[in-house]
Design a binder for this molecule. Structure first.
Ligand code: SAM
Ligand code: SF4
Length: 338
């Protein structure tokens, strides 16, 4: 019965009736920053060349997802997706698909000022740029690289190229940048960026996450409410991970992604493909399904689609961070694709 249902409607449905429409594709596990909540200073053992899907393999799997599995939104991420040499070509091939999915990119912004026009021409619709602080010295501490100015240039370049609305992702850490919430929002309002705070999650390679010191959605909202008037955003939230509020009556908005304290797993519509061709039903999944092996062994599109459906059918109801039995996945965030 299970199989009949997944095969009849074709889409990526799971046992709980959730349908995945949003595909996150990691293009590389490498990065030019070393954010402390993501990677150790020395980096990680990177995937070797042959382990990575090549550009054509990525394009093929996205085509299968869009044309056979009902994916309507493709987001490229990593690691740092801007360092993948074939990025513009991949975006352009995905934009040529029928039906055309919406295409976005999550990036640390370094080099985006140079790449934004070509990405826009290739068909990229919009970007999320990660920025955790307005202070260059703090940025250097937090990311272990002195690249703050490059990120600001990337943000400006994205707007200039029309990759809008530009969203800014911020992770606050206690005693490090948690005093900056109102300033970051002021900065975003001034530049027309839409800011969203993300609760820190247990996905760092060093396993340094601590629930007790994590800055919670409630604390973020309290800090923002002290400086602005936030009112609930009347727009339908749907499957969006961010809860949003109007700032001082709107139309500007701010979002909070309370993955840990306000989980939204019941409405999740995401499926993930890693740079080495593994399907993950969830950021926190401990199981993966190998599409690269099947693809290289000669599987046709129908078989790849079937494998993807089977992988999603097994998606768990929730991430279980609060369960005593919770185990952090072996892959860190940078190798899954955030
Ligand atoms: N390198 C790109 C970037 O930084 O935007 C894309 C990949 S990064 C893994 C995607 C997003 O995940 C970023 O906004 C980053 O801040 C966030 N992130 C990384 N580690 C995290 C963690 N442990 N908890 C919450 N968010 C995290
Ligand atoms: Fe790189 Fe993004 Fe991880 Fe920072 S959060 S180290 S920019 S992958």
């Amino acid at each position: 019965m299970t199989t009949a249902r997944t095969r009849t409607d074709g889409v990526l449905v799971d046992r709980y009736g959730r349908v995945a429409r949003d595909l996150r594709v990691s293009l590389t596990d490498k990065c030019n920053l070393r954010c402390t909540y993501c990677m150790p200073a020395e980096g990680l053992p990177w995937l070797a060349g042959p382990q990575l899907l090549d550009d054509d393999e990525i394009i093929r799997l996205i085509r299968v997802a869009v044309q056979r599995l009902g994916i309507t939104e493709v987001r490229f991420t990593g690691g740092e997706p801007l360092i993948r040499p074939g990025l513009v070509r991949i975006v352009s091939a995905v934009a040529a698909l029928e039906p055309r999915p919406r295409i976005s990119l999550t990036t640390n912004g370094i080099g985006l000022d140079r790449l934004a026009p070509a990405l826009r021409t290739a068909g990229l619709d919009r970007v999320n740029v990660s920025l955790d602080t307005l202070d260059p010295a703090r940025f250097a501490e937090l990311t272990r690289r002195n690249r703050h100015a490059d990120v600001l240039a990337g943000l400006a370049g994205a707007v200039e190229a029309g990759l809008t609305p530009v969203k800014v992702n911020t992770v606050l850490m206690r005693g490090i940048n948690d005093d900056e919430a109102p300033d970051l929002l002021r900065f975003a309002l001034e530049h027309g960026y839409e800011l969203r705070f993300i609760e820190q999650m247990p996905l760092d390679a060093q396993h340094g996450w601590d629930r007790g010191t994590m800055v919670t959605a409630e604390e973020i909202l309290a800090a923002l409410n002290a400086a602005f008037t936030l009112t609930p955003d009347p727009t339908e939230r749907g499957a969006a991970p961010a809860e949003t509020w109007l700032v001082d009556g709107g139309p500007a908005r701010v979002g909070v992604i309370g993955s840990v304290t306000r989980p939204f797993c019941g409405d999740c519509d995401r499926t993930r493909l890693t740079a080495d061709g593994q399907v993950r039903a969830c950021l926190f999944a401990t199981e993966e399904s190998d599409l690269r092996g099947a693809l290289r062994a000669g599987a046709d599109d129908a078989e790849l689609a079937d494998r993807w459906r089977t992988a999603m059918w097994g998606k768990r109801a929730g991430h279980g961070i609060d369960d005593p039995s919770f185990l952090q996945p072996a892959r860190p965030m940078s190798a899954i694709g955030g």
